[in-house]
Write a protein that binds this ligand. Structure first.
Ligand code: C2E
Ligand code: CA
Ligand code: CA
Ligand code: CA
Length: 279
């Protein structure tokens, strides 16, 4: 507590030192993680928004990266993805994730959509279009099944380059989703300039649906915006039946969240993708 501190510097410095050391070690471990097979993908289903959710409503999955560290165990992506971004490791890691997701999805007998997150560094450096193209050829995944999720932060850096890149990606036949819509700035400008196929309403608005009328108004407005622009709207973070009913009654196209299904190894969804679960 404050009253007990004799000088915040002497108390907090060792702690910050420790944090820095921690990060350095974690970073070294992360660069070995791909080689050592510590990364894997979990899959979270997306469904058409209806009053009930049955398996037939599932339209696809979002791939989410998982890192099981040999001694620390599970490290959340909210921790290691930013670390990978700062260090540039994300380019190599992102390539692994994209290839892995396409490879796995290509093996599903049922041709559901597969959504993969792209980080800003992947988007702005290297030959992303060439990479996506060669991974599609290599894995045989039908381009229309691949959705690339980007946040608007990606586009802030270089607007013109962003527009050109998205157009070239779309020319390959893949779909583009705007992730975390409403959590950043200038969203409307981006909607006008970029050829999105899907907008994902940020979880924060969905959480508050039953709690404050403003969230309901915002969600309703975004759904209306999507319909006006002919862009599909998917709500993220749907955790309750009430949220699902509200979204369905407002005409939201898709839903994703714990109420539909948690991120899990694909074996858990084997029946949906048409595979026999591995023992
Ligand atoms: P995101 O892209 O917005 O992914 C959705 C996150 O919300 C996931 O967290 C998911 O587990 C969580 N989620 C889904 N439904 C619910 C729900 O009903 N309630 C709650 N409370 N949470 C829900 P996760 O897997 O921890 O990932 C966090 C973030 O890390 C992702 O946010 C994404 O920004 C990043 N990330 C994860 N995997 C990758 C990846 O492969 N590449 C990149 N570039 N980023 C990734
Ligand atoms: Ca996402
Ligand atoms: Ca999101
Ligand atoms: Ca996010």
């Amino acid at each position: 507590a404050k009253s007990q501190s004799r000088g915040s510097i002497s108390i907090f410095e060792p702690q910050m030192d420790q944090q820095l050391r921690d990060r350095r070690v974690l970073h070294q471990d992360l660069s070995a993680a791909i080689r050592n097979g510590e990364l894997s993908l979990h899959y979270q289903p997306q469904a058409r928004a209806g009053q009930t959710v049955v398996d037939a409503d599932i339209t696809g999955f979002e791939a989410l990266a998982r890192w099981i560290h040999p001694t620390r165990g599970f490290v959340p992506p909210g921790d290691f993805i930013p670390l990978a971004e700062e260090s540039g490791l994300i380019v190599e890691m992102g390539e692994w994730i994209l290839r892995r997701a396409c490879l796995e999805a290509a093996s599903w007998p049922v041709p559901l959509q597969i959504a993969v997150n792209l980080s800003p560094a992947q988007f702005m450096h290297g030959d992303l279009v060439g990479l996506v193209h060669s991974i599609l050829l290599e894995t045989g995944l039908q381009p229309g099944r691949l959705e690339l999720e980007i946040t608007e932060g990606v586009l802030i850096e270089d607007f013109d380059r962003g527009v050109a890149l998205l157009r070239r990606l779309k020319a390959l036949g893949v779909r583009i989703s705007m992730d975390d819509f409403g959590s950043g700035y200038s969203s409307l400008t981006y909607l006008q300039a970029f050829p999105f196929d899907k907008i994902k309403i940020d979880r924060a608005f969905v959480i508050n649906l039953g709690l404050n009328p403003q969230s309901a108004a915002i969600v309703r407005a975004v759904i209306g915006l999507g319909h006006g622009l002919d862009v599909a709207i998917v709500a993220e973070g749907v955790e309750t039946h009430e949220q699902l009913c509200f979204l369905a009654s407002e005409g939201c196209d898709g839903v994703q969240g714990y109420f539909i299904g948690r991120p899990a190894p694909i074996a858990q969804y084997a029946a949906l993708v048409g595979r026999i679960a591995a023992a």
